[in-house]
Design a binder for this molecule. Structure first.
Ligand SMILES: Cc1cc2nc3c(=O)[nH]c(=O)nc-3n(C[C@H](O)[C@H](O)[C@H](O)COP(=O)(O)OP(=O)(O)OC[C@H]3O[C@@H](n4cnc5c(N)ncnc54)[C@H](O)[C@@H]3O)c2cc1C
Length: 396
């Protein structure tokens, strides 16, 4: 008898959604990717250039271990799938360590995480002469092209101009998705809608916020940095005739219109940090340079959110029941939408983290052996927020 094929719908054709499609392709799951836009990477994943490198803490934490493993996973996929020749990029990221505290933090990080020189080493950034952490395989790359190439490799059926408006578990176990293009059924649903997560009533409770970011596109100069430089903000290496200077951060005012004043501030801060870099640059007023505004989705603890989606409508939130649980020293039991996964909250690091996050998500949904230690997975699951809210009596 022919084995029944499992089907999945992935919502959102940003870097998160296409990474999920790739993880599903590895498992031969028939997949439909839908997006309300007319093409992939129209929102956060659509910047012309971004940077890829891991986030490190002085001592090992779940956060830094995840980020380092995600970076290594990114590099393995990059090599295995030949992304090197498909995605415009330049290798090498310098992370400036001007202050003693940051030098102390990162030099310890190299030791505590046992990071080898070919991944990161202390070095002087050549343009400024400032001591730095150098990631030789870190990258300036085009997020839009990365997203598009991963999509081509994952090769799901795609439906653009198709918005998910509602979904529910139906009686036969399938998930019914209502879209602007009609009804679709699937065995598994993966949600990766970026900052538009709040339009979905089932994920609205998640403590995620929309954070505005503005970048500046600078035409390539004759004398310029060969590698990406991070100094709080970042200036990428030139790719296809441009460099990107980014990125501003505003969680309060979210308008889509570019802010000329913000461009000027980004520019002035770079001039202050890297005066030798810009000494011979011939540029018009920074206010006149092309800009792009987009939105990060950031979680309360700044970590990604991935895993099976809790079904909070099924939690007994009566004070009486909750008090009874606490009195007996019991943990709250979390009910789930069994075959619905979420990947969101990628904040400022979606390019580095998405592929690994998607692999962890998909393998956990199919109950495969753990990809990461339980401790790390727990720090990523949406459950962590529910448990925190529960402990603080914020649910009742
Ligand atoms: C200014 C700025 C600079 C950044 N720089 C870097 C960087 O240098 N390095 C780095 O690693 N990260 C960087 N990031 C972060 C990174 O871009 C994001 O983490 C990443 O792009 C998020 O991807 P995503 O797929 O979750 O979201 P998105 O790319 O926003 O994708 C979400 C998709 O879901 C679709 N969608 C939403 N709702 C629905 C629905 N109901 N039905 C159908 N489709 C729907 C949207 O149309 C969209 O295509 C930056 C972010 C910003 C804002």
């Amino acid at each position: 008898m022919k084995k029944k094929e499992r089907t999945a719908i992935v919502v959102g054709a940003g870097i998160a959604g296409v990474s999920i499609c790739l993880a599903l392709k590895k498992r031969n799951i028939q997949t439909i990717l839908i997006d309300s836009e007319s093409e992939p990477a129209k929102h956060a994943s659509g910047n012309p250039i971004g940077v890829v490198y891991p986030f490190l803490t002085k001592h090992k934490t779940a956060e830094s271990e995840f980020s380092l493993q995600a970076f290594m996973y990114f590099l393995s996929i990059w090599e295995d799938l030949g992304l090197e020749s498909l995605v415009p990029h330049v290798d090498g990221i310098y992370f400036l360590l001007e202050k003693d505290e940051s030098y102390d933090r990162y030099s310890h990080a190299l030791r505590s995480h046992q990071i080898l020189n070919h991944i990161a080493e202390e070095s002087l950034e050549p343009v400024s002469g400032i001591r730095s952490l150098f990631f030789p395989k870190g990258k300036s790359l085009s997020p839009k092209d990365l997203t598009k190439q991963i999509l081509i490799l994952a090769n799901p059926e795609t439906k653009f101009n198709c918005q998910l408006t509602k979904w529910q578990q139906s009686e036969n176990g399938k998930i019914l998705c209502q879209t602007t293009d009609g009804e679709l059924y699937c065995d598994y649903l993966f949600l990766s809608q970026g900052y538009q997560f709040a339009e979905d009533p089932n994920s609205k409770w998640l403590p995620l916020k929309k954070v505005r970011g503005q970048i500046l596109q600078i035409p390539k100069q004759n004398q310029t940095n060969r590698h990406g430089i991070l100094y709080g903000d970042y200036i990428t290496a030139p790719i296809q005739g441009y460099q990107v200077l980014g990125a501003s951060y505003d969680e309060f005012k979210l308008e889509e219109e570019p802010r000329p004043q913000e461009s000027e501030t980004l520019w002035k801060e770079m001039v202050q940090k890297l005066p030798t870099l810009v000494a011979d640059w011939n540029l018009p007023n920074a206010r006149l340079l092309p800009t792009r505004v987009s939105y990060r989705t950031q979680s309360q603890d700044r970590g990604p959110v991935l895993g099976k989606l809790p079904d909070i409508s099924k939690i007994d939130l009566t004070i009486k029941y909750q008090n009874l649980l606490k009195k007996d020293g019991k943990q709250m039991k979390i009910p789930y939408f069994e075959n619905v996964g979420i990947l969101n909250g990628l904040g400022s690091r979606g390019l580095t983290h998405s592929l690994f996050a998607a692999e962890i998500l998909v393998s956990s949904m199919f109950s495969e052996p753990d990809v990461v230690q339980e401790r790390i997975f727990k720090s990523l699951k949406p459950d962590r927020f529910l448990l925190r809210m529960w402990k603080r009596d914020q649910l009742t």
